[in-house]
Design a protein around this ligand. Structure first.
Ligand code: KG4
Ligand code: ZN
Length: 335
């Protein structure tokens, strides 16, 4: 039997300092996530300078805590995987430098992982991914449809032309005065409301691209107009109407991709994969069409290092290692 592979993953692309150890790309041995959310909530969004400083303060402690939790030492680790981009450059740098240092000191291979590859491979922690597949990646920074013929072969077939879906959720939350990050609360509120507001369906064309800025602006204008008229907004109804439009378009284009690419496996990835509207709708549609749907557990939807270590395993098997001169990249395409 071949030897087990233990990947230590590091994720610091935004406001979570996270370190995890994953066995053979699928088994979570230990995960530590230190979220800075409470700090950034005071500012209504992530403040990059504060985020990178907090990563610097915490990274060593989080690495140590993860090893302790796993009851392992660096000698037990096969390779080190790290998010090199995309994300906030100052935040990414902290994780990359930590990974390079560990790789140098302990003489371990260094495996660069694209943040979106991490979100996609979060699914492998739930169920072994089967190919070919379509991945719907929905997060605070991304909205993409990705076709994967095989492990670690990514073909982006569509993406957002402006705002990411999570970003639109957070902005809508802000306008209806829901605290940051508003996505989960808007999702929750939508269940107490009715689809009573007339909002546009964004970019309902035959492409695999998305656009959420028009829908977001429509919500902002509606709220301002109602305020000027002295009318009260029904927040639950507005959340419901917004969520309906978002779910409609995401589901429509995802199903279109599955059909046109003749693919039977769908995975959802990213923070917005936690959205109950999206989960429910795609579950129903996939049952109807007999497609296999995998959605990560909630704790693996938002940023974490477990997904980075899982993706890192497959990148490592493909020989996608890097020298110790690995650079953090704020913008980088998934390939
Ligand atoms: O993947 P993630 O942790 O960070 C990025 O890589 O961007 O995603 C965070 C985003 C935030 O915009 C947050 O509001 C959104 O995911 N989000 C949700 C839900 N849970 C998290 N949006 C809608 N419904 C949810 N249940
Ligand atoms: Zn993310």
């Amino acid at each position: 039997m071949s030897k087990d592979v233990y990947i230590l993953g590091i994720e610091s692309s935004c406001d979570e300092t996270s370190v995890a150890i994953v066995k053979n790309g699928s088994e979570d041995i230990a995960t530590v996530v230190l979220s800075q959310m409470d700090t950034h909530a005071n500012y209504g969004g992530v403040v990059p300078e504060i985020a990178s400083r907090m990563h610097v303060e915490n990274i060593t402690m989080v690495i140590e805590e993860c090893l302790t939790k796993a009851n392992m030492t660096m000698d037990d680790i096969t390779a080190i995987a790290v998010t090199y981009g995309p994300g906030l450059i100052g935040s990414l740098l902290v994780g990359v430098v930590a990974a390079e240092t560990l790789a140098y000191v302990y003489n371990k291979p260094l495996v660069p992982v694209h943040h979106i590859a991490g979100h996609i491979y979060a699914n492998n922690l739930t169920k072994k991914m089967e190919f070919p597949l379509i991945a719907l990646v929905v997060s605070g920074g991304h909205t993409e449809l990705v076709y994967m013929k095989d492990n670690y072969c990514f073909e982006k077939i569509g993406g957002t032309l402006d705002d990411a879906v999570g970003e639109a959720y957070d902005k809508v939350a802000r306008i209806i005065k829901v605290p940051y990050p508003g996505g989960p609360l808007v999702d929750k509120m939508s269940y107490d409301g009715q689809d009573n507001y007339s909002l546009p369906t964004p970019l309902a064309d035959g492409s695999y691209n998305f656009s959420f800025s028009g829908l977001k602006s429509a919500v902002i204008n509606l709220v301002h107009n109602e305020e000027q008229r002295g009318h009260e907004i029904n927040k639950a109804d507005l959340a419901c109407s917004f969520q309906q439009r978002v779910v409609d378009i995401l589901a429509k284009k995802t199903m279109m991709a599955l059909e046109n690419y003749d693919v039977k496996n769908l995975i959802i990835a990213g923070g917005v994969a936690a959205n109950s509207g999206i989960r429910t709708r795609l579950k129903e549609l996939c049952e109807e069409k007999n497609y296999n749907l995998t959605i990560p557990e909630f704790r693996y939807c938002t940023d974490n290092a477990t997904m980075i270590a899982a993706a890192g395993y497959f990148a490592y098997l493909k020989g996608r290692t890097s020298g110790l001169d690995l650079k953090a990249k704020a913008n980088t395409v998934l390939e």
